[in-house]
Design a protein around this ligand. Structure first.
Ligand code: NG6
Ligand code: CA
Length: 508
């Protein structure tokens, strides 16, 4: 019945030419103009622009990420939407600038879901086009509506914003609760040992990193001195759930196995998998077989481990005969940081390696290294290998993928840059607002303008320049990728133009 109505509507549309509204798409009716490849986002946590061989790293071997870059499109001007995790992930899934949502800030493990369950998201859009959708890995977009009881169904969460299947860690590896959730249920929970979580006070008698350093195997540098799990002091307090607690050193293997199992179980319908790895975010806990592999301590070893997992995952796609029909997008949620709160020798052992490559700043920063990240699209046989300097943002994935699969264009901040992502064009966006811990800046063509901000120029604990200065900053990124020459005083017209455009977009 539905089909015949659609057929009639289609015929009618043919007669009417392009005047009438397009008939609603039916996921079962292939749209002749559309492709429906499998789509995978491989998303790393705190991986820097310079952390990948294909982006210039020489001291660190990342052969599997390099293979994707060399066999696909490697973007040199690809951006995360923010210099921290939650806002970037919000924008990745919704196509909306994170500064439009006041809640899109680094969230505690108890925060409610920050994506409106009615909102269009990448998985929801693809589901409407007949995809099966899944997330495996780090979530960090909040769960529930506040006051989550971790011993019952935890909802709303990924399954309420478009994912058919979810296997996640709630927030970050350094935040409680240190358990996995599968489709809203804590995995392996013993009902006789319920989980309690608090971000305001400890549970009586429970040891903490602050009071019981003798129980820790990893030492905290700043923050990270609450509950101790597996010898690692965390952010937040947690009690119970002993059987459900994850093993940190097995986390990469665990998520990989989940991602592989998901892919192996697929039938004929196309799938979307958001594979969100936890590396190289703190605490860096590579499996023992990767320890010492990079010569850079746990941070480098965690990147080597992540690269291995990506290689194994791609191998699985190949073995399943899926690789030729799968579009892979690889990127990171924000730029690099060495000391992010634990003594793990990241600073001491980094040597000549430059996690940010030639860029200034790092995680938390409005300078380029905060948001410009590795960004690769790969689809063998479809995307011609090459390098693109086009300005692209993770915001652009939702509308571009909508265009790929023949869905209606969502009204969001992202732009449809499908030909660019597929390597058929080098046209990028003209402008992009960058965000870092609630501050914003404007990239326009080759120019970058940072308005005055009163905060400290450097975040001392992590030793990263934040981009704050009492005056406007203006950089020409083609000539000065390292942002060393502030041209605000010598290019007043250009500055005026960017300040005006910035105010228009920001609505201030
Ligand atoms: C910060 C943490 C940092 C990291 C970050 C979130 C402290 C002192 N620092 O507050 O270690 O967890 O939040 O990182 O607690 S992100 O990549 O998920 O945004
Ligand atoms: Ca991150």
């Amino acid at each position: 019945m539905k089909r015949s109505v659609l057929l009639l509507a289609g015929l009618l549309a043919l007669f009417l030419g392009s005047c009438g509204p397009a008939p609603e798409t039916d996921p079962d009716t292939p749209n002749a103009a559309a492709d429906r490849p499998n789509i995978v986002f491989i998303y790393l946590d705190d991986l820097g622009y310079g952390d990948v061989g294909a982006y210039g790293a020489t001291a660190l071997a990342t052969p599997n990420m390099d293979a994707l870059a060399e066999g696909g499109r490697r973007f040199t001007n690809g951006y995360a939407s923010s210099a921290t995790c939650t806002p970037s992930r919000y924008a990745l899934l919704t196509g909306v600038y994170p500064w439009r949502n006041q809640d899109a800030k680094i969230l505690p493990g108890t925060a409610p879901l920050i994506i409106d369950t009615a909102r269009m998201t990448v998985p929801r859009m693809l589901r409407q086009r007949g995809y099966h959708t899944a997330v495996v890995g780090k979530w960090h977009l909040g769960l529930g509506r506040g006051n989550v009881d971790w011993n019952g169904p935890v909802s709303p969460g990924p399954n309420e914003v478009g994912f058919d299947h979810s296997y996640i860690l709630a927030a970050t590896q350094d935040r409680v609760p240190t358990v996995y959730l599968e489709n809203g249920h804590v995995v392996g929970l013993d009902p006789n040992d319920p989980i309690e979580v608090s971000y305001s006070e400890n549970f009586p008698g429970e040891p903490t990193g602050k009071d019981n350093p003798e129980l820790t195997t990893m030492k905290w540098h700043h923050g990270h001195n609450n509950s101790i799990v597996n010898g690692i002091p965390r952010i937040g307090f947690m009690k119970g759930g002993a059987a459900a607690r994850w093993s940190d050193v097995d986390m990469a293997d665990h998520f990989l196995a989940e991602a592989q199992a998901y892919v192996r179980e697929r039938d004929d319908e196309p799938f979307f998998l958001y594979y969100a790895l936890q590396q190289p975010h703190v605490p860096r806990t590579p499996h023992p077989r990767f320890v010492g592999k990079s010569g850079m301590g746990p941070r480098g070893d965690a990147i080597v481990e992540a690269d291995w997992a990506i290689g194994e995952f791609v191998k699985t796609l190949k073995e399943e005969g899926l690789l030729e029909n799968t579009l892979i997008v690889l990127s990171s949620d924000n730029g690099p940081v060495l000391n992010d709160g634990y003594y793990d020798q990241a600073v001491e052992l980094v040597g000549d390696h430059q996690p940010a490559g030639p860029l200034r700043g790092g995680k938390y920063s409005l300078y380029e290294a905060g948001t410009r990240v590795p960004f690769i699209t790969y689809w063998p046989g479809r995307i011609e290998p090459g390098v693109s300097d086009a300005l692209v943002s993770q915001l652009d994935l939702l509308p571009s993928l909508a265009s790929l699969v023949g869905a209606a264009t969502p009204s969001v901040d992202g732009q449809d840059l499908l030909p660019t992502f597929l390597g058929e064009s080098d046209r990028g966006r003209e402008q992009l607002v960058l965000e870092a811990t609630s501050r914003t800046a404007l990239r326009s063509g080759e120019w970058l303008m940072i308005p005055p901000y009163s905060g400290p120029p450097v975040q001392r604990q992590v030793n990263i320049e934040l981009g704050n200065a009492p005056d406007y900053q203006l950089y020409n990124l083609t000539e000065d990728i390292g942002q060393q020459n502030n041209l605000a005083a010598t290019h007043p017209e250009k500055l005026k133009e960017l300040v005006r455009d910035f105010a228009k977009i920001r609505g201030v």
